[in-house]
Design a protein. Sequence first.
Length: 130
Amino acid sequence: MHDAPKSQPTFGPAAKSRFTPQVFGDKPVGLVVVLIGVNDLAHPASLPEAADEVVTADELLAAIGAFVRFSRRHGARSLVCTIPPFSGSDAWTVRAEAVRQEVNARLKAETSFDAVVDLDQPLTVETFAA
């Protein structure tokens, strides 16, 4: 949702400004995979210059919905992914986890998307515990 801070240029511009040229460039697109949110949740905790970029569940869901609507206007279907877990990362916070959980619950209940893939459950650390 936000451009990369100047100290972290490898993250680049926000997805919303890259979406059209990178996804709907020269060739027709039939399916768009929408997977956003980890950086939006992690950057405020891990990058001091991004501390004021805290996002809410409503903001993330609005951004995801915008990508889906824009894809449909271009004739593409959308596969929306839940936000994968990032616990154990230095960027993880209780607040970010609460937002991630809310976004994921609401995505899984959403019926207006073409499809939703739940990345949360299969990638949860406990899933791999022996």
